[in-house]
Design a binder for this molecule. Structure first.
Ligand code: NAG
Ligand code: NAG
Ligand code: NAG
Ligand code: NAG
Ligand code: NAG
Length: 488
């Protein structure tokens, strides 16, 4: 035993050294799939690896993503959407079926390194009006029981991603943190259960939303590198809302005797469009400083050990609900097609790299016909509304990248978005003869008229990218898992 352990230790050190030598800093990211034309999963997996992401969080057990992640060396947190909670809470058999199909199956048949299951997503959001308050805990209990029954009780941890509004502080100081009184008992049950089963708590923190929702929010405090308006909390000085928010949770946990409860940041990021505060400059400033902190292993004042931090998010998603705001479709550090939005140092001087092997539809756009200038304004307005309902016009609003277009270009943008969403079908560029197809790029930077990904071409010639080096890493990872599982 002892010999095996020291062998393992040396082996792990060697691996760790190899990782460092390559500059693998261990970044984590959310991979959302709410796009009309999602990138092929194998391209995304290569994008993750190329940029040093070794952990990924999925919002659902998407078969394509889970298969592509198999033997990739990337650890996976797989999510369960809120609308499945009732069924999972109602019978342990349902949870067993879910774990069998969506966890065990991928681990055993595809070598997917699933490490945790995120049960629900921000179930206590006040907008949900207590819908999930009665199902979240029994769903957690049932999934945990199912994981244990499947023999995965040690390997796969349970968690619940929470919105930061589960806790409060009346003084405005992190040290005053406490759980919302109506959730106090439930939170205690959840936290105790997670702790007893080796799970962890997940918290989503959004400095952007703090800034966006409150015109009086001190802008610099949303970022990491200006100390001009700090918050003084006893002996601790907070220079950014991210640390202050995180520590409010830590102090709420400490107050309830759970000061050692592991906490993971499930979502944090900055959108690039769809709001005056959502732009490339702010996103770059926030995200670069965030990545630097992660790479340096920086924790918060109350908890020096750095948490795992899942950046939100990997790519833009043009099919997300815009209820929270137009920015909701622009959280990606990459665009919808895996191209780079802004330069980022991903750690140790390694520059961010774009997705490779992406195939596009033809270089053509749908624009308002020049001869349609004096048409019936009602028809035009209706056409734009229709195009925007089915396409994506979230860049057209005030303060957004296409917010300064004249009326003609504005209509063109809407028409083109619809046309691209509809795979450039000829019928999708008619609008009662108000629109025509052009091969001249109508983009007016910073406003870009995009061309959509060609899903069909992409499927016809699937890219085979996984290098043999990656395969070997995957085998080592599996070996270590096996050894650790049986001897430690
Ligand atoms: C997971 O498993 C269940 C079986 O309980 C199935 O109905 C469901 O569609 C699966 N997929 C996802 C994405 O949850
Ligand atoms: C820091 O923030 C303050 C307050 O917003 C601002 O006046 C100051 O110019 C900022 N400092 C730098 C170096 O950006
Ligand atoms: C913070 O960093 C950004 C670049 O990441 C830079 O543009 C900005 O001036 C910095 N602000 C301060 C106060 O250092
Ligand atoms: C452009 O279109 C959007 C979406 O229909 C609309 O909200 C906006 O007012 C339009 N702007 C102009 C300048 O026509
Ligand atoms: C676009 O083409 C892809 C691949 O053929 C297809 O799956 C998708 O449904 C099409 N979208 C529309 C809106 O027709």
């Amino acid at each position: 035993m002892v010999q095996i352990r020291s062998f393992l230790f040396i082996f792990l050190c060697l691996l760790g050294y190899g990782g460092l030598a390559k500059g693998v800093s261990g970044l984590a990211v959310n991979w959302g799939l709410q796009s009309t034309h999602p990138l092929p999963p194998d391209i995304v997996v290569r994008l993750l690896k190329d940029n040093g992401f070794n952990k990924v969080k999925l919002f659902e057990a998407d078969p394509g993503a889970l298969r592509a992640l198999g033997r990739s060396g990337i650890q996976v947190m797989v999510g369960i959407p809120n609308d499945m909670l009732a069924s999972l809470a109602s019978a342990v058999g349902n949870a067993e079926a879910w774990v069998q199909q969506n966890v065990s199956n991928y681990i055993s048949s595809h070598g997917t390194d699933i490490r945790s299951v995120a049960i629900g997503n921000e179930p206590f959001l006040q907008d949900y009006k207590d819908q999930f308050v009665n199902t979240i805990f029994p769903a957690l209990e049932n999934i945990q029981a199912a994981l244990i029954k499947a023999g995965l009780g040690k390997q796969v941890k349970a968690t619940i991603p929470l919105n930061a509004d589960v806790y409060r502080t009346d003084s405005g100081l992190p040290s005053g943190g406490y759980f919302r009184p109506e959730l106090q008992n439930l939170m205690m049950n959840i936290i105790k259960f997670l702790q007893d089963n080796g799970g962890f708590l997940t918290i989503n923190i959004y400095p952007f939303l703090s800034l966006q929702a409150d015109p009086n929010f001190p802008k610099e405090y949303a970022f990491f590198n200006n100390t001009s308006s700090p918050l003084v909390d006893g002996s601790v000085v907070y220079t950014n809302v991210y640390d202050a928010n995180f520590d409010t949770l830590i102090s709420a946990l400490e107050k309830n005797g759970f000061g050692r409860m592991p906490v993971v940041v499930g979502e944090v990021g900055w959108p690039t469009d769809g709001d005056p505060s959502a732009n490339i400059d702010n996103a770059k400033r926030f995200t670069q400083a965030l990545v630097d902190r992660i790479v340096q292993g920086q924790g918060s004042p109350r908890r020096r050990t750095p948490p795992d931090v899942y950046i939100f998010s990997l790519v833009d998603e043009d099919h997300k609900s815009t209820l929270p705001g137009n920015f909701e479709r622009h959280w990606g550090i990459f665009k919808y097609d895996g191209s780079i939005k802004y330069p980022l140092d991903m750690g140790n001087g390694r520059a961010i790299v774009p997705a490779k092997g992406v195939k596009y539809l033809a270089k053509q756009w749908c624009v308002m016909s020049p001869s349609a200038g004096v048409s019936d304004p009602n028809t035009l307005a209706q056409s734009i509304t229709y195009a925007c309902e089915n396409g994506d016009c979230t860049s057209l609003g005030y303060g957004s990248s296409c917010g300064n277009l004249d009326a003609q270009s504005n209509a063109s943008y809407a028409f083109n978005s619809y046309f691209q969403t509809m795979n450039q079908s000829k019928d999708a560029c008619s609008f009662n003869n108000l629109a025509v197809i052009t091969t001249v790029d109508p983009s007016k930077p910073p406003c870009l008229f995009e061309i959509m990904i060609d899903i069909r071409k992409q499927k016809a010639s699937p890219s085979v990218y996984r290098s043999s080096a990656a395969k070997i890493e995957g085998i080592f990872a599996a070996l270590i898992l096996g050894i650790v599982g049986s001897f430690i």
